[in-house]
Write a new protein. Structure first.
Length: 331
């Protein structure tokens, strides 16, 4: 099989910047519309070129300073900037990242989210993926939707950390409140997006139907086309009899969805992108009134190119589910 199209200078720059920021090869691939393997090869070529090109003036990093950085980074949940500050280093946080990247044992890793699937759930996921594996243009009719809660104090701890491969992996701990937060509902289509709906109070089936009335009806054909199909997961408020009756009354076709499958829903990546924007540089919020406009602004930054990349990634997601025997992947 022939090699794919060479990476442009812009793409190489994006790979380097996103990788140094802790992004996975898969996430970078989704963003650039490339395979994770191609991104990995691009990154490895960058590392090789950097090693070949090492020279010039003597480095300000002593062996002792390098050992201090590596000890500090061993299963460390913070960032390179925090390591620099904690150790009071004379060199930049970018240099800290370079030291860590040269290490044989320490890698930037996303904390695993433990989601246990039963055998029948895995089987249903595989069957569904096989049935839809050859869809291409059909995905452009699907409107993907979901709810998400954004907390005042940011995501549940640092999602990425410097993992020492000689030690056990760290898992993400979920806090009970996170200082309070805002529940939002949104939907994405090939042609556009819904408004971001701020949800107040208890999200039960009647309230969910109100959200759909406000957020979906006016935009469905605009973002999904005349023959759109609506996707929602299997949350109880979504599958309640009254909700299904509401959808039927409004002639809205619903895509049957496999159990516990956030990894196949592209809007999960939208939530992740929004979190990067909203909580950039460790940003936290003092009040819901402060968080609200930040969420709205982040939603508005989700562009068509990014959405289309996510839509194109769906067949690959299904292949991964099949190859993994129905096990869930990190999305």
């Amino acid at each position: 099989m022939g090699r794919g199209k060479a990476f442009s200078e812009r793409e190489v720059g994006s790979v380097i910047a996103l990788r140094e920021d802790g992004k996975s090869f898969r996430d970078i691939g989704v963003y650039l519309g490339r395979s994770a393997n191609a991104v990995s090869n691009c990154w490895n070529r960058h590392l090789e070129n950097r090693q070949i090109g090492r020279g010039g003036r003597k480095s300000v990093v002593t062996d002792q300073a390098e050992r201090r950085v590596l000890r500090a980074a061993s299963n460390y949940e913070g960032t390179s900037k925090m390591i620099k500050a904690n150790l009071n280093l004379a060199f930049s946080d970018r240099t800290v990242r370079r030291i860590i990247q040269r290490s044989e044992f320490i890698v930037r890793r996303k904390k695993s989210r433990k989601l246990i699937l039963k055998d029948h759930e895995k089987a249903r996921r595989v069957t569904w993926a096989q049935e839809h594996l050859h869809w291409r243009q059909q995905w452009k009719k699907i409107i993907f939707s979901d709810e998400k809660k954004f907390r005042l104090d940011g995501p549940d701890g640092y999602q990425h950390y410097y993992h020492d491969t000689r030690k056990g992996k760290l898992l993400r701990n979920k806090r009970h409140s996170g200082g309070g937060g805002i529940m939002v509902w949104g939907a994405i289509g090939w042609r556009g997006m819904s408004d971001l709906i701020i949800c107040e109070g208890t999200m039960d089936a009647p309230y969910y139907q109100e959200v759909l009335n406000i957020g979906l009806l006016d935009c469905a054909q605009r973002i999904g086309g005349r023959n759109f199909i609506f996707m929602q997961d299997n949350a109880p408020i979504h599958t309640a009899g009254s909700t299904m009756a509401w959808l039927d009354d409004h002639n809205i076709r619903v895509l049957p969805w496999p159990p516990r499958s956030p990894d196949m829903n592209p809007i999960e990546n939208v939530w992740g992108r929004m979190a990067q924007i909203v909580y950039a540089n460790g940003k936290q919020y003092a009040s819901l009134e402060e968080l609200h406009p930040a969420l709205t602004a982040a939603w508005a930054e989700i562009g068509a190119d990014y959405r289309h990349t996510l839509y194109h990634s769906v067949p690959t997601r299904l292949e991964e589910v099949i190859d993994a025997g129905g096990m869930i992947s990190l999305y």
